[in-house]
Design a protein around this ligand. Structure first.
Ligand code: NAP
Ligand code: 8YV
Length: 310
C-alpha cells in the first residue's frame, strides 16, 4: 500500500475509499507538523481537503510528491506555479458541483430579495399580529450581471432566465457562443444591473476585483451575491457601503478569512450570510469525494488523470 497525506477531514465515503487503497496519514492531527512532514519524505500522494495552504515550501519538504488531489474545484489554496516547476500534478473536482452551487446562488438571491431571513425573524418574534412585514423587491424582470460565466456561472444564468431575468456577463474574454450581452468593463456592468453575482476563482488575478467603485456603481438599489471566493471583493468597503445604504443588499457564501468575518455583518438586515455551503449537499459532496479519490487512483495506476489542473 502507498502512503498518502490527507490534509484535513474527509467525508466518510471518501475516507473509506482512501483507506481501502492507501495508508492514510492525517496531517491536521499532527501536533508537530515539521516532524510529521520529515516522516513523509517518500510519500507520493497528497489529498487536500480544499482549504489547507499548499505552498512551495511545503512541497519541498515532500521530495517524492507526485500528485495533489484537491477536494473542490477552486485550487486557490495550492501554489500551482510551485507545483508546475516541481512536476507535481494537481487535480480538482469540477462540473459535479455546478448545480448545487448555482442553486445556492439563486437561494441567496431569493432570500436577499424577498428578505426571507428577516421576515422569518419577524414571524418568530411575534411581531406579525402588530403589522405586516414591509414590501420587498422581486427577481422577476431584473437584470443580473454574472461575474465569471464559467461552468457554474452558466448554470446560474439558466436559473436566472427561468426567473424571467435578463442576463449579462463580465469575464476577461467575450465568449463567442454565449447569447448574453458581454461587458468588457466590470464597473459599466455593475452600473447597468440590479444584481451582481460573482463566481470567479480566488486566484491572484481576482483579488479585490469587486472594488469599492464596482459596489458603488451597483448602488443603493443593487445587490451583490458572492459564491466565488471572499478574496475577490473589497470586504471592508462592502461592509461600509452596506451599512450606509450605498449598496442595497448582499448574499454572501464566502469570506476573505472564513470562517472569521467582521461581527458587524451579523447586525445587517440587508445581508444574508451562508457558511460556504455552495457545494454542501449530500449528493454533490459524495460526487466530489468520488472524483477526488478517482484522480489519485488514476495516477497511482498510470492512467490519465480525470480532471487535471496541472
Ligand atoms: P470556471 O469554469 O473556470 O469559470 C471561471 C470563470 O471566471 C470563467 O468564466 C472566467 O472567464 C472567469 N474569470 C477568471 N478569472 C477572471 C478575472 N480575473 N476576471 C474576470 N473573470 C475571470 O470555474 P467554475 O468551475 O465555474 O468555478 C468558479 C469558482 O467558484 C471556483 O474557482 C471557486 O472559487 C468557486 N466555487 C465556490 C463554491 C462554493 O461553495 N461557494 C463551490 C464551487 C466553486 P474568463 O477566462 O473569460 O475571464
Ligand atoms: C468546497 C468550493 O466547499 O469547490 C470549491 O471550490 O469552494 C467548495 O465546493 C470546498 O472547496 C471544499 O472544502
Amino acid at each position: 500500500m502507498q502512503d498518502l497525506i490527507l490534509t484535513g477531514p474527509a467525508l466518510p465515503s471518501a475516507m473509506e475509499a482512501l483507506e481501502k487503497e492507501f495508508r492514510v496519514h492525517r496531517y491536521w492531527e499532527a501536533t508537530d507538523k515539521t516532524a510529521f512532514l520529515k516522516s513523509q519524505t517518500n510519500t507520493r500522494f497528497v489529498a487536500s481537503s480544499g482549504h489547507a495552504k499548499l505552498d512551495g515550501a511545503m512541497m519541498d519538504q515532500l521530495p517524492a510528491l507526485e500528485i495533489i488531489s484537491n477536494f473542490g474545484v477552486g485550487v486557490d489554496a495550492i501554489d500551482l506555479k510551485a507545483a508546475r516547476t516541481r512536476n507535481i500534478r494537481v487535480t480538482n473536482t469540477p462540473e459535479v458541483l455546478n448545480d448545487a452551487v448555482a442553486e445556492l446562488a439563486l437561494a441567496l438571491m431569493l432570500a436577499t430579495c424577498r428578505r426571507i431571513v428577516d421576515a422569518d425573524a419577524h414571524v418568530r418574534s411575534g411581531k406579525w399580529p402588530n403589522g405586516n412585514y414591509p414590501l420587498t423587491g422581486e427577481l422577476t424582470g431584473g437584470t443580473v450581471g454574472i461575474l465569471g460565466l464559467g461552468r457554474i456561472g452558466k448554470e446560474i444564468a439558466r436559473r436566472c432566465q427561468a426567473f424571467k431575468m435578463q442576463v449579462v456577463y463580465h469575464g476577461r474574454t467575450k465568449q463567442r457562443f454565449e447569447p448574453f450581452p458581454y461587458y468588457d468593463n466590470l464597473i459599466d456592468m455593475a452600473r447597468d444591473v440590479d444584481w451582481l453575482v460573482a463566481v470567479v476563482p480566488g486566484d491572484t488575478g481576482t483579488i479585490g476585483l469587486v472594488s469599492r467603485e464596482v459596489l458603488e456603481a451597483l448602488g443603493p438599489t443593487g445587490a451583490f451575491v458572492n459564491v466565488g471566493r471572499g478574496t475577490l471583493v473589497d470586504e471592508p468597503a462592502m461592509l461600509d457601503l452596506l451599512k450606509s445604504g450605498k449598496l442595497g443588499a448582499a448574499g454572501l457564501d464566502v469570506f476573505a478569512e472564513e470562517p472569521k468575518m467582521s461581527p458587524e455583518f451579523w447586525d445587517l438586515p440587508n445581508v444574508v450570510l451562508s457558511p460556504h455551503q455552495g457545494s454542501a449537499t449530500t449528493k454533490t459532496r459524495w460526487a466530489m469525494g468520488d472524483l477526488f479519490v478517482r484522480n489519485l487512483l488514476a495516477h497511482r495506476d498510470g492512467n490519465p488523470l480525470i480532471t487535471p489542473v496541472v
